[in-house]
Design a protein around this ligand. Sequence first.
Ligand SMILES: [Zn+2]
Ligand SMILES: [Zn+2]
Ligand SMILES: [Zn+2]
Length: 160
Amino acid sequence: MSATDPHVPHDHTHCVSTALDTAEEVCARGGARLTPLRKRVLELVWQSHKPLGAYDILETLSREDGRRAAPPTVYRALDFLLEQGLVHRIASLNAFIGCAHPERAHEGQFLICRNCRIAVELDQPLIHRAISDSAAGLGFAVEAETVEITGLCARCKAAA
Ligand SMILES: [Zn+2]
Ligand SMILES: [Zn+2]
Ligand SMILES: [Zn+2]
């Protein structure tokens, strides 16, 4: 497991700029177009390590433009980012979080703190393999797989 802990204070602008640079590379390599809007939506998702809802993204875009951003435009941008593996969808929160490793295909596993809402992505292929093997044993065809684990992060647990 090589997940970096976003609870540890760090220069988050570095996370954001790295994510945007990686996104440019991933899209260029795949022949996908990272339009200014798609890039801006990705930047908004990356504004913190907490999953962000589509509604929050809409609000911010509307505030910036001084007019109401069209919901379908934002949803299409999010769909694009999901397809490219640049963000993951956290179903339990109906929200999105940036992926730090979009350059290699993987299934997301997340530890989600119910107090501070920070979500940490795990890099644990064994979990994926266990799910695949169990599903295959039942003849089940997996189409989407995001493991969401809810609890308290070390910092919030210590403060409780
Ligand atoms: Zn960060
Ligand atoms: Zn990921
Ligand atoms: Zn926490």
